[in-house]
Each structure stands twice: as C-alpha cells, then as structure tokens.
Design a protein around this ligand. Structure first.
Ligand SMILES: Nc1ncnc2c1ncn2[C@@H]1O[C@H](COP(=O)(O)OS(=O)(=O)O)[C@@H](OP(=O)(O)O)[C@H]1O
Length: 371
C-alpha cells in the first residue's frame, strides 16, 4: 500500500471512530461556555408552579435520573445498555445533552424536547402507562463538576431525582482522557480541507487529478496529516507533557471525585446517589445494570426482565474504547512507561485516598487501588 493510501485509510479510521453512531455517541462542542452560577433559573424560566408542573409541553415531565460521571469510566457503555430498556427514556439522538452546564440558557422546553418519547407510548402521554411511568434520564459525565448553585437548582426542580456515578482507577481514567485529548487534537486540524482535497475525490486517483490547486491542497493535507498523526500519538509526547496535563485544572478537577461528590451530598441524601465501581462493568455487568435499573425507580420485576433481555455480546462489548487494536493508544502504552505511570499514581494518590475515605464513610466495601 502506498504511503498516501495508508494515510488515507488511517484518516478514515480515525474519522469513523469520532463519528457519532448508535453505540458511540459523544457530542463535544469545541469551546463550551463554562457553567456559571448566575444562569437564569429553570424554576423561574418555566414558571414551575406549586403543584410541580413545568408548564407547556413539559407539564408531566419528571427527570428521574442523571449519570453524572465519571468521564472515561464506561458511561458510553452504560448509555448503550440503558437505551435497550423500554421503561427508560433517554435523549433521542445523543448521549450527552449538557443541559445543566452548556445549554442551560436554551430553556427547559428545549431540554424536554431532547428526550425520547417512544411512539407506541404517545397515546398515553409523556408519562406512558400511568401505573408504570417511564423514567427519564440522561448521561453527561462532566455533570459531577457542576457548581453548587446548579446542583441546588437540580434538587429544587427534581427533589426525588436519582444520581449515578461510576468511579474508575484515577491513573487509567486520566490516561484514557489524555489519549482522547490527543485524538481530538488530531481531528481538530482542518479536517474539512482534508476531506475536500482527498477523501471526497477517492484516494490515489485524486493525486493524479487534473487540477493543480487540488494537488496543492492534497500536498498540504498530507503534510498536515503526517504532523497530526505524529501529534496524536502518545509516544510523541514526553512524560513531562502528560504530567503537566495532569496538573492542569481540567484533570485536577476531573480527578477529584470526592471534592465534587461532596457538593452533591450536601444537597441530596446518600440513598439518592449510587456509587459504582467501573471494574464491575467487566466483572458483573448484569449485576451492575440491575442495581442501576432499580436505583432509577424500576420495580424489581421490570429491572430483572430488562437485564435478562440483554444479549451477552452487547453486554460484553467495549464502547468508546481508546482503541483496543491500537497498541499505541491503549492502556498498554502507559504500562510501557513505568516511570510516567508511577509519577501519575503518586500525583493522583491523594485524590484516590480521599475518594476511598468517602466510600468507607458510606459503608461501601470496595475501593480504588492505591498501588
Ligand atoms: N465493556 C467495557 N468494559 C470495560 N471498559 C469499557 C467497556 N466499555 C467501555 N469501556 C471503557 O470506558 C472508557 C470510555 O469511557 P466513557 O464512555 O465514559 O468515556 S467518555 O467520558 O464518554 O468519553 C474507555 O476506556 P479506554 O479504552 O481506556 O479509553 C472504554 O474502553
């Protein structure tokens, strides 16, 4: 295969991985506005009355659950499983709605419109069968870092809401997130120009095309592509680069599970918040899903029927993996850098211990590995 064809294949592979599809829907606007405590209140905006009604088309809407994190802890897998439960209604065409952080200003009716109202239940209204109402919920893993005023607002609007947080070993979480950052950087550099010049035209033939201007674009694109490919590969970056990213505000915040969860515990009773161990996704995926289904309000018979209905190959599938086939971006790449791995572990140890203390306080017997 020519160098050009191999570059093209590699580009298509990366683009396909990023493209939202049924099992891997990750919506990540490039520059999200930061969450701000002075957002107009949902309560005030929609005139939610004393009776709890939200007004307009969202009259009977009750948000039953939010999966608030953690980022890179199997939340896309969880999304792909919960979508298969016909007693749950999730956002229609995306995994992460980001209402409570980025899109709050669009208003509550916008939020309600994002949800799936399966056609066969339309006749019964938004709540479906009155005896067994649908449970509405969504999964946006960075909700865990929401500021306390927004958390208070969620509580005010939906006092009975259930929350779910999946915790992953902090070194693995951070590595997974930093590999994703490099991949995003790769996709962010002039993908449109590359597509115009190369992808649409159809590979090698395009290089021999008649238009000189297009040839120039191809040449630039290939040079860019080579540079982008190098830049998206973890091996192109020093240990110091990763440690610096780890110290950045983004990663410091996302690693500090306990500090952020304390904000949620300040507003919600402990039984509203289900803390799950990421390792259970592999060890006992159906057991984990049963707990989630019951936590969000399904009756035990409904929850068991749902979990039993899932196909083994779906439950066992990895969703949104860094790339199981790419040794360079997988967890193995970090294992080959023991010095970096050790420094990451040392840096993250205080966060791990803090979270483990929180688990112990809640009477949970599992903990994240400290070694
Ligand atoms: N079934 C199963 N078992 C074990 N691990 C799994 C599974 N499905 C997904 N994953 C891993 O979860 C990581 C992606 O997490 P998220 O989907 O939460 O990422 S994101 O925050 O939405 O971008 C991502 O981790 P990395 O591969 O280390 O990046 C996935 O591989």
């Amino acid at each position: 295969m020519s160098e050009f064809a191999s570059l093209l294949n590699s580009f298509k592979k990366t683009a396909a991985r990023k493209r939202p599809h049924a099992e891997n829907v990750v919506v990540r606007p490039p520059s999200p506005p930061p969450a701000h405590p002075s957002f107009p209140s949902v309560h005030r905006d929609v005139g939610r009355g004393d009776d709890g009604g939200v007004g307009g088309s969202s009259d009977s809407f009750e948000l039953s659950f939010l999966v608030i994190g953690a980022q890179k802890a199997g939340t896309s897998w969880l999304h792909s499983q919960l979508r298969r439960c016909d007693r749950l209604a999730l956002p229609r065409d995306r995994k992460e709605v980001h209402f409570w952080d980025w899109h709050h200003r669009r208003g509550f009716d916008w939020y309600v419109r994002q949800f799936d109202f399966p056609p066969r239940r339309r006749g019964a209204g938004a709540g479906g069968d009155e005896r067994r109402p649908l449970r509405y919920g969504e999964i946006t893993p960075c909700y865990v870092v929401l500021p306390p005023p927004t958390i208070a607002e969620i509580k005010r609007c939906f006092p009975g809401i259930k929350l779910i947080f999946v915790a992953r070993n902090l070194v693995d979480r951070a590595w997974s997130a930093m590999v994703m950052e490099l991949r995003d950087r790769n996709m962010g550099m002039n993908p449109g120009e590359f597509a115009d010049g190369v992808v649409e035209g159809g590979g090698d033939d395009e290089r021999r095309g008649p238009k000189r201007s297009r040839q120039r674009v191809d040449a630039v694109s290939i040079a860019q592509r080579l540079r982008m490919q190098r830049q998206s590969s973890p091996s192109s970056w020093s240990d110091e680069y990763f440690l610096e990213r780890l110290r950045s505000e983004t990663h410091a915040s996302r690693s500090d599970y306990a500090a952020h969860l304390r904000h949620w515990y300040a507003h919600f009773p402990p039984e509203s918040i289900l803390l799950l161990d990421y390792r259970e996704i592999e060890a006992d995926p159906r057991g984990l899903l049963l707990r989630v289904a019951m936590h969000v309000g399904l009756a035990e018979d409904e929850a068991r029927a749902y979990v039993t209905s899932l196909r083994e190959e779906d439950v066992r599938r990895r969703v949104n993996a860094a790339d199981a086939n790419d040794d360079e971006t997988s967890r193995r790449a970090l294992s080959r850098r023991p010095d970096l791995e050790r420094k990451m572990r040392e840096h993250l140890l205080p966060y791990t211990r803090d979270f483990n203390e929180m688990l112990a306080e809640r009477g949970l017997s599992w903990k994240l590995s400290e070694v």
